[in-house]
Design a protein. Structure first.
Ligand SMILES: Nc1ncnc2c1ncn2[C@@H]1O[C@H](COP(=O)(O)OP(=O)(O)O)[C@@H](O)[C@H]1O
Ligand SMILES: O=P(O)(O)OC[C@H]1O[C@](O)(COP(=O)(O)O)[C@@H](O)[C@@H]1O
Length: 302
C-alpha cells in the first residue's frame, strides 16, 4: 500500500486577477478551491493514474473537514488526525501577469497527535511506500521526518521525501528511496543559485553522497533531471504545451514517478511519467489525468 503523510494540508484558493495591482482593491476573474498540500496532491494524482493510496496527516477546523470531504469525493481514502485548535490552512494562489502564492503556517500539532501518527505508521508493512511531503507547522522541529524514518528503519519501505532545507537534509542519512527538490530548493541547501542542468547534476550528486538513493530535481519549464542509485542519469525538457495552472506540478511529478516505478520497476519509465504528470497538471486547470499523462508521453516519444 502507498501512504502519504501531509502534516500541513490546505485548501488552495486559486484566483485569477487581470493586471493585479498591489495596494488596490482587485476583483477576481475566476476563483476555485481545491484540496491541497503535497501529500494530498500526490494521493489525488495517484488516484487519477489508477493507484490507490491512503492519505494520512493532521487537519483542523472547518477547512480540515472540507479537505477530508473533497478527498472523499475524489475517491481517496484518508485518515487524518484531528487537531483541536486552529484551522487547516487556506493557501492563496494568485494568477495574474505572474503567479504568486501565500502559504499559511498551519495549526500547531501536539505530542499526543504525533503519537497517534506513529501508531498509524506502525501498521506499515515491508514493501509499503511512504510519502512524506510538504512543510510542517512553524512550531515543529525540523527533524520530524528524520525521526519518522529512524522509527521505521527496521522495515523495508520505499520512503519518498519532498521537503525543503533542514527538513529534507536531515533525512538523508536514513537513505530515502527518492527525494524531489526543485532546482531552487536544491541550490538553497548549498547556498547557490542553480539554473544549468550540469550544475544541477553536480549538486544532486552531493545529496546522493549524503545518503539519498534517487534524486529527482524538477526545473519547472526547463524540465527535470534524475540521478539513480544504479548510476543512471536522465535529463529532459518538458513536453510542449500551454501553462494553465502549475500549482501541484511538483506533487504530480512525484505521483507520476511513483506510478511509473511501481508499474514497471524501471527508472526511465518513472522519470518520463513523472515529467509528463508534472506538465499535464501545469497544462490543465485541474491535476493530471492518466490520459493526459500518456498523451504527453506519446508526444515526446516515450
Ligand atoms: N511551465 C511549465 N512547462 C512545462 N512543464 C512544467 C512547467 N512547470 C512545471 N512543469 C512540469 O512539472 C514538473 C515539476 O514542476 P516544478 O515547478 O519544478 O515543481 P515544484 O512545484 O515542486 O516547484 C517539471 O519538472 C515539469 O515537468
Ligand atoms: O507545504 P508547503 O510547502 O507550504 O506547500 C503547500 C502547497 O504546495 C502544494 O502542495 C503544491 O505544491 P507543488 O506546486 O510544489 O506541487 C499546494 O497544494 C499547497 O498549497
Amino acid at each position: 500500500m502507498i501512504y502519504t503523510v501531509t502534516f500541513n494540508p490546505s485548501l488552495d484558493y486559486i484566483v485569477s486577477v487581470d493586471d493585479f495591482m498591489l495596494g488596490r482593491v482587485n476583483r477576481t476573474r475566476t476563483e476555485i478551491i481545491y484540496p491541497g498540500g503535497k501529500g494530498i496532491n500526490v494521493s489525488m494524482v495517484l488516484k487519477n493514474l489508477g493507484h490507490d493510496s491512503h492519505a494520512l496527516g493532521f487537519m483542523a477546523g472547518f477547512t480540515g473537514q472540507e479537505i477530508v470531504r473533497l478527498l472523499d469525493e475524489w475517491g481517496v481514502r484518508s485518515d487524518f488526525i484531528r487537531v483541536e485548535q486552529g484551522i487547516s490552512r487556506i493557501n492563496v494562489k494568485l494568477r495574474s501577469n505572474e503567479e504568486s502564492e501565500i502559504n499559511g503556517q498551519g495549526p500547531a500539532i501536539a505530542e499526543e497527535h504525533i503519537r497517534q501518527l506513529y501508531q498509524q505508521l506502525d501498521r506499515l508493512e515491508d514493501g509499503d511506500v511512504l510519502v512524506l511531503a510538504g512543510s510542517i507547522p512553524d512550531v515543529m522541529p525540523d527533524d520530524i521526518y528524520m525521526d519518522i524514518m529512524k522509527h521505521l528503519s527496521s522495515k523495508k519501505l520505499h520512503i519518498i521525501v519532498d521537503a525543503t532545507r533542514d527538513l529534507l537534509v536531515n533525512v538523508l542519512p536514513y537513505h530515502p528511496f527518492l527525494i524531489k527538490p526543485n532546482n531552487h530548493e536544491l541550490g538553497e541547501v548549498f547556498g547557490v543559485e542553480l539554473e544549468d542542468k550540469e550544475e544541477v547534476f553536480t549538486y544532486a550528486a552531493k545529496l546522493q553522497e549524503r545518503g539519498a538513493r534517487n534524486v529527482l530535481v524538477s526545473m519547472a519549464g526547463d524540465g527535470a533531471v534524475l540521478l539513480t542509485e544504479d548510476g543512471q542519469r536522465f535529463e529532459s525538457m518538458p513536453p510542449k504545451g500551454k501553462v494553465v495552472n502549475s500549482v501541484g506540478a511538483g506533487d504530480s511529478m512525484v505521483a507520476g514517478f511513483l506510478a511509473g516505478y511501481m508499474e514497471e520497476h524501471d527508472y526511465a519509465k518513472a522519470f518520463y511519467m513523472g515529467l509528463c504528470a508534472g506538465s499535464a497538471s501545469a497544462f490543465s486547470e485541474e491535476l493530471a489525468t492518466r490520459d493526459e499523462v500518456l498523451a504527453l508521453m506519446h508526444s515526446i516519444g516515450k
